[in-house]
Design a protein around this ligand. Structure first.
Ligand code: FMN
Length: 398
């Protein structure tokens, strides 16, 4: 229980996502944390102090002065009290003020007074998020040592679709916990491949697959959380790389092979979670292929099998993890792949399981080693990533 007895200040700003703060408080309190909430005046329009005070078991603070007696809420004391300050949701307005040292409410004065780590989880509409002012404020805040919990892509309160949704409370909880967790993989280098590959047919068309990269990105984040230095070789995705991970963007299987090979020999842990094309067009047309009269045949040739090729170069002390997405004879096929690709561990997911595989935020996996297998329930991909990394750590120490 890394959060037991930890003092957490939660700042809540004026955003629709403020309803998620209630759940976040619940999660933190269940983990044994002592949570005090500071709301901006605008946040009162979105969620009641009564809800947040009840869940946090402390009066919610908003104003400097308590009443006409002259008693006041001491922002300096609050800032020194906290082991960590979390601002979630962080509005564009508050981020701008934080970046410029503006101090016109209790939350901002406490932020300026805090000596503890500060995490902030922005929530806003996609255009507000993309605006150069917001982006420049974010850079300033991260450069000043604050930790950004990236907003995610999806449907926003406005009905628009894009990046700006506040990270889910369980993700924020994980980020807070990681501050107080021993970093078992400190000093280790990890290499993760993620996402699909696109194999070009002509300048505008490609053969691809439905991989979103979510599992690989979650693994990169979890390995980082455990202290590893992480390189993420990613095919085309809509995801933002976790802060602190070195991202290498690639498009084709060939590019992924070259980038992975470059980093392979110096990596201790290598996770092959990308959905790499097995075949690519034998020729890429220089110009857009025109529609003809009859049917069309495309000659396909094999791509490099990245995991198999690099599996041959594996040195003692290196640990490789593969993925098997199967539709039939799942365990038998996964065991065969474990051996043929020289993996230490293979993560099996079956398309027969509802909520598993491509595109979902959840996954249901079975982990196999030469010694046996372990089945897990359907969980969020972040939780699955934590299970896989725990298995990696256990395997390395066995
Ligand atoms: C319905 C509604 C939803 C809003 N949602 C957001 C939001 O998600 N993110 C944001 O940055 N501002 C949002 N705003 C604007 C802020 O509430 C406004 O900028 C406010 O001044 C923020 O104050 P604060 O930063 O002190 O909390 C919203 C406003 C309204 C009326």
């Amino acid at each position: 229980m890394p959060l037991a007895g930890k003092k957490i200040l939660l700042g809540v700003c004026g955003s629709i996502a403020a309803y998620k703060s209630a759940w976040l408080i619940r999660l933190l309190v269940k983990k044994g944390a002592d949570v005090k909430v500071i709301m901006t005046p605008a946040a009162h329009d979105f969620i009641t102090p009564l809800t947040l005070a009840t869940l946090s078991k402390h009066p919610v603070l908003t104003n400097f002065s308590k009443d006409e007696t002259g008693q006041w809420n001491n922002h300096v004391e609050l800032g020194l009290w906290a082991d960590v300050m979390v601002i979630a949701p962080a509005s564009a307005n508050t981020l701008a003020k934080m970046a410029h040292g503006i101090c016109d409410n209790l939350l901002l004065a406490t932020y300026l007074s805090a000596r503890c780590p500060v995490l902030f989880a922005p929530a806003m509409d996609l255009d507000m998020w993309q605006h150069p002012s917001t982006q420049s404020n974010l850079k300033k805040l991260v450069a000043a040592g604050n930790s950004l919990i990236e907003p995610t892509h999806g449907e926003l309160a406005s009905g628009l679709i894009g990046t700006g949704r506040m990270g889910e409370p369980d993700e924020i909880l994980q980020s807070v916990e990681s501050l107080f967790t021993t970093r078992t993989l400190a000093g280790k280098k990890a290499l993760v491949t993620a996402g699909p590959t696109y194999e070009a047919l002509d300048p505008v068309r490609f053969i691809g697959n439905h991989s979103t990269g979510k599992m690989g990105y979650a693994l990169a984040e979890e390995l980082l959380r455990q202290g590893a230095v992480v390189t993420l070789v990613s095919g085309p995705t809509h995801l933002a790389a976790p802060a602190g991970v070195t991202l290498v963007k690639v498009t084709s299987a060939e590019e992924m092979y070259l980038a992975t090979q470059k980093h392979f020999s110096q990596s201790d842990i290598i996770v092959f979670s990308a959905a790499v094309a097995d075949y690519k067009p034998a020729h890429k047309a220089d110009q857009k292929i025109k529609k003809g009269q009859g049917s069309m045949h495309i000659e396909l040739v094999k791509t490099n099998d990245i995991a198999a090729e690099l599996g041959k170069q594996k040195k003692p002390g290196q640990l490789t993890v593969g993925f098997a997405l199967e539709t039939e004879n799942e365990k038998i096929n996964a065991q065969a792949k474990l051996k043929s690709k020289n993996f230490d561990l293979i993560v099996l997911n079956s398309l027969n399981d509802t909520g598993a595989g491509f595109g979902h935020d959840t996954n249901k996996v079975t982990l196999l080693t030469a010694a046996g297998s372990q089945e897990f329930n359907l969980k969020s991909k972040k939780e699955v990533a934590a299970d896989i990394v725990t298995a990696i750590i256990e395997y390395a120490h066995a």
